[in-house]
Write a protein that binds this ligand. Structure first.
Ligand SMILES: *Cc1c(COP(=O)(O)O)cnc(C)c1O
Length: 398
């Protein structure tokens, strides 16, 4: 048994403040009820509408709604023909699903380190790790800032690689004036409740490549021909063919009902997130206890999925985990996005990866935390977070 972290006494909030909370309005609720009353609750017309609305918003050519971004990334890898013997380069600073699906597709994840200031994958390190077995690059647009896509696309063209963007954080993100989803790649978005818009659970695969889209459509629903859900319709045929053994990764109309009304609010959500993030940045500017997130050095629109400062442990008597415990003791919710993927036991044991193999990811992994950030976060509640951070910083200054 380890000792619990020592927690100091102070004036506390009486209610717990979550670090994230979806913003669900009356229109979303009415659409879900409409779905339930309609007699059609699985994949159907609401999914079709949400899919085309989302493709139009991001400027994507082809789109397919799925049950999660994890499912979408899995399908995207398979649709690009990636499997046993292939290597896929990605970032250790991501949700572990990004690596898990590479494993599940039978391929080998190869990691490139990040830049500890912007937290994005370093394209020079990606270039260094390209070898004869490399088939794809999976850049992760971390917390809503874009990866430097131009040099990634150049590398992909030079070496004949697929680019599958993990765009789970990047609904509404722009790179050099264009939305993520509009580039000549395959990109995968998430609508998990913590993400910038939600369908409960859900994801979207967007691609420039028609052949990739056909394979995603087949693989996501039993390998059955594309509009198989219409087979119970008057216009549809009850007969279908199975071209290959597929998965069951379809989005439901009940989920799309939420997305249809979340999507038109996305820009306002991002504006609200940005305003709050800027309040944090101003409040912490002179604080030694935190290392603040930096903007990427190219034109970008940050979707502010998360606000993730680093705890400057060298200036403190406590580590990041103790800092998080102190926040929780003050009724402030925190998140950990993420422990670097190369530090999980499965990956350590399988590939012999050491923390120091990716020094910047390791540095960030030991220090990062996510403070409360969501569109409905009230200034007074955010002020409690700011006061708590200042209090902890003062009490634990070295
Ligand atoms: C959330 C997330 C995923 C997985 O999304 P789900 O929709 O929950 O499956 C993948 N990659 C990153 C970077 C994420 O944050």
């Amino acid at each position: 048994m380890t000792e619990p972290a020592p927690v100091s006494r102070h004036a506390e909030r009486t209610s717990f403040l979550p670090f994230s909370r979806p913003t669900i309005g009356d229109a979303e609720i009415a659409e879900v009820i409409d779905c339930l009353r309609s007699g059609w609750i699985t994949t159907g017309p609401k999914v079709e509408r949400f899919t085309s609305d989302f493709a139009a918003y991001v400027g994507g050519r082809h789109a397919s709604a799925v049950s999660s971004a994890t499912a979408g990334l899995h399908l995207a890898l398979m649709a690009h023909g990636i499997g046993p013997g292939d290597e896929v380069i990605t970032s250790p600073m991501t949700f572990v699903a990004t690596l898990n699906v590479i494993e599940l597709a039978g391929a080998v994840p190869v990691l490139a380190d990040i830049d500890r200031r912007t937290l994005q994958i370093r394209v020079d390190d990606v270039a260094r790790r390209i070898g004869p077995r490399t088939r794809a690059i999976v850049p992760v647009h971390f917390v809503g800032q874009p990866v430097d896509l131009d040099p990634v696309l150049d590398l992909a063209r030079t070496h004949g690689l697929a680019v599958i963007e993990d765009a789970a954080h990047a609904a509404g993100t722009e790179y050099k004036g264009k939305r993520i989803g509009s580039f000549p790649t395959t990109s995968v978005f998430s609508f998990h409740p913590n993400k910038n818009i939600t369908t409960g659970e859900g994801g979207m695969v967007v691609t420039h490549d028609e052949a990739v889209m056909s394979r995603v459509a087949l693989l996501k629903f039993h390998g059955m021909s594309r509009d198989a859900w219409k087979r119970f319709d008057r216009a549809g045929s009850p007969r279908y063919d199975v071209a290959l053994p597929g998965y069951k990764y379809n989005m439901l109309d009940m989920q799309a009902a939420l997305g249809i009304h979340q999507l038109p609010r996305l820009d306002a959500f991002i504006d609200a997130r940005r305003r709050l993030a800027e309040r944090y940045q101003a409040a912490f500017r002179d604080l030694d206890a935190l290392i603040l997130p930096e903007p990427v050095p190219y034109p970008a629109r940050h979707a502010w999925h998360l606000y993730t400062p680093l705890v400057n442990v060298d200036a403190l008597t406590i580590d990041r985990d103790a800092f998080m415990a102190e926040l929780k003791a003050r009724n402030i919710g925190v998140g950990l996005h993420y422990t670097a993927a190369h530090e999980f036991s499965y990956y350590r044991d399988r590939y012999g990866w050491c923390p120091d193999d990716y020094p910047d990811a390791h540095f960030v992994s030991d220090r990062i935390l996510s403070l409360p950030l969501y569109p409905a976060l009230r200034d007074a509640d955010q002020d409690d977070v700011i006061a708590a951070v200042h209090d902890i910083a003062q009490r634990s200054a070295r």
